[in-house]
Ligand binder design. Structure first.
Ligand code: M6R
Length: 366
């Protein structure tokens, strides 16, 4: 049942190349320059009239929402707000019939997300679900939606659900960009073909298994860990930290790299491992200066970089290489070694990887 792996989590990490393909199959037509998604196409007016998009979710799904915020705003130029479902539902939010609310949930059963949907519906918003479990409560409660097609996710720590959620959300952003003409033709086509190549590149990113295992053996006894990223990779830092907390019980925090100097930098000493997500696009130079700041305070640097990077390699204690892709799609690759790193650390610490203490796969109570 675990397909030869020791844990469901590992099986699910390794399934990502194939499930991402399942997610875009029949929807992404790179050669024709088309995205076909029934849930969007059937409701295209609601999306084209949307003055803003609200995204509600919890946990890892909320992190996928944050990645989507960057992608939607960049591709489709629609203002996006991402909210924890639990906060949204209890603060008398301002919503109207011009809003589109996207609820993201692997299980489709998360109580707070479900309640946020009901509230948004009462206020007239159009509610779209991005769920994995077919026929789940959230998929039934929403006006329309798109399934992630990741297949059953058994490990409590979400892995393949996250990358397939980002895949669906990226396709929606591209569909809306096409509708609104907000991306240049060449960028639009480039993203489509880059997305099509992501499964192969995820496969290549999985080859970081050995190096992450070796890094895990060095840091398995750490008491704290910091994760830093900027732009599209800031939410990846949050997700990397959540993964480590959940399954290894090491205290970890994710931060936007530039925020470090506003507080967390005080934590840095030779005991502090800092995972920096530094692919070679976007804010690369800025991240390099952040790495220098950590180094000059003797922090230990574990950097996730683009294959062939030399500049960060010269500064970091460890580098993990992932293939090159466009900046907006890089979270689909940079996430992979972070999943593997937390997996190996948890295994080395003797933790119950698939069923960490105090956690349940779906949180059906508020
Ligand atoms: O099923 P959902 O996506 O609604 O679940 C949301 C969170 O409970 C979930 O992502 C949780 O944070 C995971 N344990 C993360 O690994």
């Amino acid at each position: 049942e675990k397909g030869g792996y020791d844990h469901f989590m590992m099986k699910e990490i390794y399934e990502q190349p194939s499930v991402i393909k399942d997610t875009y199959r029949g929807r992404l037509h790179a050669n024709e320059g088309l995205i076909k998604m029934a849930g969007i196409d059937d409701n295209i007016e609601r999306f084209s009239n949307a003055q803003r998009i609200l995204i509600v979710a919890c946990g890892t799904s909320w992190h996928a929402g944050l990645v989507a915020e960057y992608i939607f705003e960049e591709f489709a130029r629609i203002p996006v707000e991402v909210e924890y479902a639990s906060e949204f539902r209890y603060r008398n939010p301002i919503i109207n019939d011009k809003d589109v609310l996207i609820a993201i949930s692997q299980s489709g059963e998360t109580a707070d997300t479900l309640a946020a949907i009901k509230l948004a519906k009462e206020k007239g918003a159009f509610v779209f679900g991005v769920c994995n479990v077919v026929g789940s409560s959230i998929s039934r409660e929403t006006h329309a939606g798109a399934y992630t097609h990741a297949g059953p996710e058994i490990g409590v720590a979400s892995t393949k659900a996250f990358t397939t959620q980002i895949t669906v959300l990226t396709m929606i952003a591209l569909r809306l960009a096409k509708l609104k003409g907000t991306l240049s033709n060449s960028d639009y086509h480039r993203y489509l073909s880059e997305l099509e190549m992501i499964p192969e590149k995820v496969q290549e990113a999985l080859q970081t298994n050995e190096v992450t295992k070796q890094i895990a053996s060095v840091y398995k006894d750490a008491q704290n860990c910091l994760y830093l990223g900027r732009g599209y990779n800031f939410p990846v830092a949050l997700e990397g930290a959540l993964k480590l907390k959940e399954i290894s019980y090491i205290h970890a925090e994710g931060y936007p790299a530039a925020e470090m100097k506003h507080g967390p930098i005080a934590l840095i000493d030779e005991q502090m491992p800092v995972v920096v997500i530094a692919p070679k696009q976007g804010h690369y130079d800025k991240v390099v200066s952040n790495i220098q700041e950590i180094k000059s305070r003797s922090g230990k640097i574990i950097a996730v970089v683009t294959k062939g990077d030399e500049q960060v390699r010269a500064l970091a204690d460890h580098v993990i290489e992932v293939p090159e892709t466009s900046d907006a799609l890089s979270p689909l690759l940079t996430t992979i070694p972070l999943q593997l790193l937390s997996y190996h650390i948890a295994v080395m610490r003797g933790c119950n990887v698939d069923q960490p203490r105090n956690l349940a796969k779906s949180v059906t109570v508020e």
